[in-house]
Structures are given as C-alpha cells and as structure tokens.
Ligand binder design. Structure first.
Ligand SMILES: Cc1ncc(COP(=O)(O)O)c(C=O)c1O
Length: 369
C-alpha cells in the first residue's frame, strides 16, 4: 500500500551517509572481516560512550541481548524474573529461553509502564531479577527501580529496545543497571539494515563473559570455557549503526517535536496520551493514544492512507506461547484495556508538517462525525 503517511522513511535515514557507508561496505565485502570485524569494536566503544557505560557488547538482536544478559547474570532453571505484560513478546520470551519463570505484572494506567508496586508484591524467595521496559520510548523511573532492587536483593535488567537516548532522571536508560538490552531492528529509532542488538553494562567481568558467550563461549581459537551462543553483531550492521549513531539525538529531537504537535492539536478530544515523562525522558519510538473508539478510529485512519497500528493487541500473559503460565483474561486488566483501546499514530523524524497536520485533521474529522 502506498501510504500518505507511512510509519517509516528509510531513504531519509540513509541519504546523508550513503556515499560513506557504501564505500565502507565495499571495503568490507572485499576485505572479508565479516564476523567481529573492526567496525564491531568501534561501534561498541562509540555506543558505550553514547549511553554512558564502560562496556557495550554487540549481539545479533534485541531478543538475544536479553537472553545473553540473563544467562550471563546466572539466571536459569527455577528462578523467577518479574516483568511487565505490556511489552513486546521478546521480553518474556528471553526469560523462558534461559529456563526461568516469567512473573508478569500490569502497567500503570497513566504511564503505560511497569507498575513497581505490583513488582514488590510479586517478589518471592525465587525472584532473582526484574526486567523493566522503557516502552514506546518513555523511561521507567530508574531511581525507584534501584531502590526496590536494593531493598530486595534483585538484579536489574533494562529492556531499552524502544528508548535510545531517553533519560531517566539525569542518566540515559541502559546506563545504571546490571544490563541494558538494545535492539537495532529496522523499526527502531537506531535501525540496522536487518537484525542487530547490544548489551550495555559497567561490570568488566560480566562484559568479558558476554563477549565470550556471544561467540560460542570462545576465549581464544578452539578454547571454549562456557557453552555459548552464535550471536554476534555482523560487521556490516555495525557499519550501518556507526554511521547512523551520530544522527540519533537529532532524530530524537524531531520525534519529540512531532509528538508535541500531536499533543497540542489533539488536546480536548476524547483521547488519552502516555503520561509522566519529564523533558528528555521520552524519545517517542511510538506515539500511543487511547480511546474507547479505537477500532473505528483505526479503520478511519487506515482508509485515509495513514499507517496507524496497534501495539500490542494481545498482552504477553494472554499469548498462546505462554499459556502454561496459567494467566487468564482479567488477571492484568490495565494492559488488557490498553490492548483493546490503544493505537499508535505514525511518527518518524522525516514526517512533514503537512503529514502531521493531515493525521490531526483526520482524527478531528473522525470525532466530529
Ligand atoms: C520492547 C522490545 N523488546 C525486545 C525486542 C526484541 O528485539 P529484536 O527484534 O531485535 O529481537 C523488541 C523489538 O522487536 C522490543 O520492542
């Protein structure tokens, strides 16, 4: 479909860097350092500096970043990890993949983010960690998370897939916990040309363990100390990411500007927005709105060529894949209501004012009947 207002604009992410990137790719293709080449090391250093951590380890996806982080932190069979049902499936999948049990809690009705009060209630003798998700680009209050984790002896893993550049207080998300887990999938604010991910962290021992684990558990050629994974950030993806990283703040600022136009022009309509972020704490990976007339509004927008979508139509606890966890409809009602009543408006840094205006006018025309 040829959208009048699409959700992504890839050419605009590439146009300024295309000549340099293609020249670097040509060198790489001829040079053959496809696996763990110099660009991977360079990107890891630059990304750690950008986030504000001592280390960053490139892996092949955001899902693997979560799995490897949990595994490297020693979480496994019989352990419980608490996380939020209002997230992308991979957050809980990673817990299952390391043999642990996801304990799912609801989100807050105003911020759409993990309800830390519920986390506190679900802590048991088997709880080892909490995974917080900076969903839609808005940061969770990490000071509160650290306080909770300290009082209860829990590890903290951050799912940062949607929130590159977002602050929590004074610090960037992914910089203060045991592991910040990143996705650079093509939909993300910093997008590779395929699958890619990373873990940011400050502990040098854990960093070494992760860098071995992602590479067959190999410490040097033919020496395998731990049963690892084959999950490396491809050199070609590192080239894409290195070239785009310097643009992330500029793109984030453009997202914030568009979000503020949406908020201003849609004010007064029977719509709720994600609330709670202070300046700098939301990078608007997705612009989420909530309305009782979601399905009709969604059809109206899509008919008019606006690529609005639902994120996420089925909360994790009601996904068939997690049926054996035993959750039922009604268990986590805030996320269930969001799944029924929310949708995402298109938002990307290259959107024109006309496109933003068209989306707003279309929503007004819907509500004025
Ligand atoms: C919140 C969240 N967690 C994890 C992931 C998984 O990342 P990936 O698709 O790179 O495996 C994604 C994105 O897909 C995500 O949005």
């Amino acid at each position: 479909m040829n959208w009048i207002v699409p959700r992504y604009d890839y050419p605009s992410q590439i146009s300024d860097i295309e000549a340099t990137l293609l020249a670097q790719m040509r060198d790489l293709l001829n040079g053959g350092q496809y696996i763990l080449g110099q660009a991977v090391t360079d990107f890891e250093r630059e990304f750690a500096t950008y986030i504000g951590t001592k280390h960053a380890i490139g892996v092949n996806s955001g899902t693997d970043a979560l799995i490897l982080a949990l595994h490297a932190l020693g979480i496994g069979q019989g352990d419980e990890v608490i996380t939020v049902t209002n997230s992308f499936h991979a957050t809980a999948l990673a817990i299952v993949r390391v043999g642990a049990i996801p304990v799912l809690v609801d989100c807050k009705p105003d911020t759409f983010l993990i309800d830390l009060g519920q986390v506190e209630q679900k802590i048991s003798r088997r709880t080892r960690a909490v995974i917080v998700v900076h969903l839609f680009g808005q940061s969770v209050d990490m000071a509160a998370v650290h306080d909770l984790a300290k009082r209860n002896g829990l590890l903290i893993v951050e799912d940062c897939a949607q929130a590159i550049g977002a602050l929590s207080g004074e610090k960037k998300v992914g910089s203060t916990s045991d592991a910040g887990c990143w996705s650079f999938a093509p939909s993300k604010n910093l997008a590779a040309a395929g699958d890619a991910g990373a873990v940011t962290l400050n502990n040098p021992k854990l960093s070494d363990r992760l860098s071995h684990m992602r590479h067959f558990g190999q410490t040097r050629q033919n020496e395998h100390r731990v049963p690892g994974y084959n999950s490396r950030l491809d050199t070609i993806q590192a080239l894409v990411l290195r070239n785009k990283l310097p643009c992330v703040d500029k793109w984030g600022a453009a997202r914030v500007r568009i979000a503020s136009i949406y908020r201003e022009r849609l004010d007064g309509l029977p719509i709720a927005f994600q609330r709670g972020a202070r300046t700098g704490e939301h990078v608007y990976h997705l612009f989420q709105i909530k309305t009782d007339l979601r399905n009709d509004l969604l059809s109206h927008l899509r008919r008019r060529g606006i690529d609005a979508v639902v994120r996420y139509p089925t909360p994790i606890h009601l996904q068939e894949a997690f049926g054996d966890l035993g959750y039922r409809t009604g268990d986590l009602p805030v996320s269930e209501a969001l799944a029924e009543h929310s949708l995402c408006l298109p938002l990307h840094p290259a959107m024109t004012d006309d496109q933003v205006g068209f989306v707003c006018a279309s929503i007004h025309s819907f509500f004025s009947g």
